[in-house]
Design a protein around this ligand. Structure first.
Ligand SMILES: [Zn+2]
Length: 308
């Protein structure tokens, strides 16, 4: 216990600093409970950036933020598919793989169709919208997402790295044809089989990273540019951070002493590294933070931070 410091933020919010990590506990979460913890994180970021410097931020999101839109938090492609054998007797990692798309495109498309079905009719939630609303007040506000549902773009996040691609962007595997679709209803998968290019009849596929495929070069290049540049604040939201390129920005920021925070009801690969942990769902935590910091676009953000 002698290396622990106990902190009381409010009647319901307390924290313990142990080995340099602040673990925040919220009992019976009231309004502003998460924001009390997040304010501490943002304050630290503001102090580290210098009072007059603009803050640069990287926000990393996973399936947890889309769970608030009603999407299942499955593992797999874009965090949208469960682990385990499919009805077709092959593991989902094989069904949704690059080699399977080439060998049996109808099988891969069947499961791509199921993932799309899970997204259909769903909308971005407060979490996506709040992040998009804050971006203009930062010198840089990059969102790195593993989700393929396109919700961050739909909500208005412009500085966006969709590291696993986007289910709604399709391209021909033979010619330069590309199309963006709202959903897959026109394809009638699996009844009609995999969709074909209207120009060359080649196989269409979504711009998502299937198992066994490389990450898109442009996106990975942008991500590593952000990591090398070194941002003031890194917030991980709703992801277990099992992929190295998702954990690495948090690890790099923690090593540099930059402010790091995590919003996640459970534990992740980076929970032990971040300075501020908020054990809450994404949308609920971000809504409470908005209460504190204001919306849109953080008007008076610095004033709020200075006022503590
Ligand atoms: Zn084509």
């Amino acid at each position: 216990m002698n290396d622990e410091t106990k902190l009381i933020f409010s009647t319901c919010v307390s924290g313990v600093i142990t080995h340099g990590i602040l673990v925040v506990t919220i009992d019976n979460p009231p309004v502003n409970a998460a924001s009390a913890a997040m304010r501490a994180g943002l304050l630290a970021a503001a102090q580290q950036a210098g009072s007059d410097a603009s803050i640069t931020a990287l926000v990393i999101t996973g399936a947890g933020i889309s769970a608030d839109s009603g999407l299942p938090t499955y593992r797999g492609v874009g965090g949208l598919y469960d682990n385990g054998p499919t009805a077709d007797g092959v593991p989902i990692e094989e069904a949704l793989s690059g080699p399977m798309l080439r060998a049996r495109p109808e099988l891969t498309w069947k499961y791509l169709g199921e993932i799309e079905q899970a997204c259909r009719g769903r909308q971005p939630n407060d979490g996506h919208r709040i992040l998009a609303g804050w971006a203009p007040a930062y010198e840089q506000f990059t969102v790195l997402t593993q989700n393929v549902d396109g919700f961050h773009r739909q909500a208005g996040s412009a500085d966006l790295i969709e590291i696993h691609g986007n289910l709604h962007r399709l391209h021909c595997t033979f010619c330069p044809y590309e199309i963006e679709v709202a959903d897959y209803t026109a394809f009638d998968v699996p009844a009609k089989g995999p969709p074909a290019c209207p120009y060359c009849a080649g196989l269409l596929r979504p711009r998502v990273v299937l198992f066994g495929e490389a990450l898109p070069e442009a996106e990975i290049g942008r991500l590593y540019a952000v990591i090398e540049q070194g941002v003031d604040l890194v917030i991980s939201i709703g992801t277990t951070s099992v992929f190295p390129y998702i954990a690495q920005p948090v690890i790099a920021a923690a090593r540099r002493g930059a402010a790091t925070a995590e919003i996640n009801p459970g534990s992740s690969e980076v929970s032990h590294l971040v300075r501020y942990r908020i054990r809450e769902g994404a949308a609920a935590a971000l809504r409470q933070l908005r209460e504190l910091l204001g919306d849109p676009a953080f008007a008076g953000r610095r004033k709020a931070l200075r006022a503590g």
